[in-house]
Design a protein around this ligand. Sequence first.
Ligand code: KIV
Ligand code: ZN
Length: 534
Amino acid sequence: MTSPVDPNVVRFFDTTLRDGEQSPGATLSSAEKLEIARQLSKLGVDIIEAGFPAASPDDLAAVQRIARDVGTADGPVIAGLARAVEKDIVTCWEGVKFAAKPRIHTFLGTSDIHLQYQTGLTKPQALDVIRKMVTLARSLCEDVEFSPMDAGRTDPAFLVEVCALAIECGATTLNIPDTVGYTIPAEFGELIGNLIAETPGGGPGTDVIWSVHCHNDLGLATANTLAGVMAGARQVEVTINGIGERAGNTSLEEVVMAIETRRPYYGLRTNINTREIMKSSRMVSNYTGLMVQANKAIVGKNAFAHEAGIHQDGMLKNSSTYEIMKPEDVGVEKSRLVLGKHSGRHALLVRLQELGYKVEREQVMPIFERFKDLADAKKNVTDADLVALMTEEHVKPQEFFRLEDMQVVAGTMGMPTATVKLVNSDGREFVHAAVGVGPVDACFKAVDGVVKAPCTLIEYSVHSVTEGIDAQGEVTVSIAPPESDRSFGGYGADPDIIVSSVKAYLSALNRMIAGMGLREMKAEGEAATVSVGD
Ligand code: KIV
Ligand code: ZN
């Protein structure tokens, strides 16, 4: 276990199961709490605040289970929260006493606002409560933490008095909460520095650990916590993914990765096994139902994803160009190059080669053009999209006709109508419109109006090759010419399945024209004509 006085180690006090669980809608079952506690132990947190035992018999039972199961001699300290009230403190002890290293964490609001509106205590009365309750906690448990709630808005001189008294009565950890996320980093750092310097019994060289507990109402929780660390705090109270009351608490992953990534700057160590971060993040998100925003630092889906062409090019040359951490150091398998409309040829080429396509640098341009068209139509181009795109690229038959434009009107009112503009191998354009029983039928009839190659549709199938509403629709068709035992397949992929259908039909027709020795005739008027033989 970490020596309580090692000045170079920042202890991580995880309160995901207590303050984190106070997030609106984030109630956890006791089995889920136990699993999260086990994962927090693997993550290497120094202290787990397992719950608020006096809140309900279920909370007490959950804390007892965690204390027994996870609070082993070589495991973390198991803490429970208690208001500065006798019943809470005694119940808290009932919860944590089964741990090898138990802690009672008791608190009382000390700001004028809390004294006036919440507890109705005068300052002398508050000091009296702190004296009695910290003494009681210490009579039960050797490890006692005291928090003057709303310290960020507490009169600084009174705060010194409160902390000195708590130390005198046996508190070993003094936690300074910015309960409402009101403070600014330089100000909070100064507050911690002054408290350490001015609190009798709490200065450097004593066994007292100063701790910081920040909320994120102004988005400053991590910055304030790090300012506290710079000023001498050696315990940080955090939650996984930063969950917690209102805008949440300081997020564990941000603080630990700041200290680890900027080690020469901080000159400090932690006991966190950073490779367990992602797993912990996913577990907490899954169990609480609180989604992690995509751009969340360290654990967001996009934290190690790159889309801009210039970034992707840099990443492919050397990842240090655009990444300050290695994804594997936080348990993310690898960085992702997201292929989208900002991606360049280099990233496309590398991804195609990774997918097993033998494409050389010189060959990538036509594929890149088709990729760009697709990326314009759909946000992210996935591997499945690329496979579809490459399949279409590879099996593309000789093109007697290609689709230039099309328009379809469909719905419950009126007749489904399609207009297609096709271009033949001489570059001549043909436009035809037709009605059908549905939009696909109307399109095929419009195509027939141009191509005039009689055939029967034997098979038509459509499926999505990627997930989501912007997925590519893949269509395959099979057609047969009259009085023939041959059939010809066609394939088309596009985010719009009606377009995929026309592409598939045209590719089948082109194959049939090539395969049956049909010859494209010069069109008369608006339509091309194809006839057998000749
Ligand atoms: O935010 C806060 O003040 C708290 C205390 C109970 C430590 O969560
Ligand atoms: Zn809090």
